[in-house]
Design a protein around this ligand. Structure first.
Ligand code: THU
Length: 136
């Protein structure tokens, strides 16, 4: 799947973000190795702590469906859904990616539009991460 299409899939999911408290819409599109794509949005909560980020929403949807191998994730977000800056994943979401993805090859794509994006490996965003192999 090409970058532009994956980015557009994430952008299309932005209006679904449930963000009555921050008004900061975030959406993700997670590309599985088998070519399927799962979107996710952030879901806030009146008690704040139960809030789930868009990236984890996407991962948990995919893992629930039995997916375990992933190639890339697109993330976009901004106040009132306006994409003025790149939206980088929080530390907790980086750690969730680390559970399922090869840090050297999994791509994290931060997008402002289908034409304007920056691409990182998970290793670049989470150096010296702690992963499943550390427990073997
Ligand atoms: N948020 C995400 O969904 N992903 C990120 O990577 C950063 C933060 C959400 C959580 C909360 O709903 C809002 O953005 C403001 O922190």
């Amino acid at each position: 799947m090409d970058r532009q299409k994956l980015i557009q899939t994430a952008i299309d999911a932005l209006p679904n973000a449930y963000v009555p408290y921050s008004r900061f819409h975030v959406a993700a599109a997670l590309l599985c190795r088998d070519g399927t794509v799962y979107t996710g949005i952030n879901i806030e909560n009146a008690a704040y702590t139960p809030t789930v980020c868009a990236e984890r929403s996407a991962f948990f949807r995919a893992v629930n469906e039995g997916k375990r191998e992933f190639e890339a994730i697109v993330i976009c977000g901004g106040k009132d859904g306006i994409l003025t800056d790149y939206c980088a994943p929080c530390g907790v979401c980086r750690q969730v990616m680390r559970e399922f993805c090869d840090p050297g090859t999994f791509k994290v794509i931060l997008a402002k539009s289908p034409e304007e994006y920056r691409e990182f490996t998970l290793e670049e965003l989470l150096p010296l991460g702690f992963g499943p192999e550390n427990l073997l």
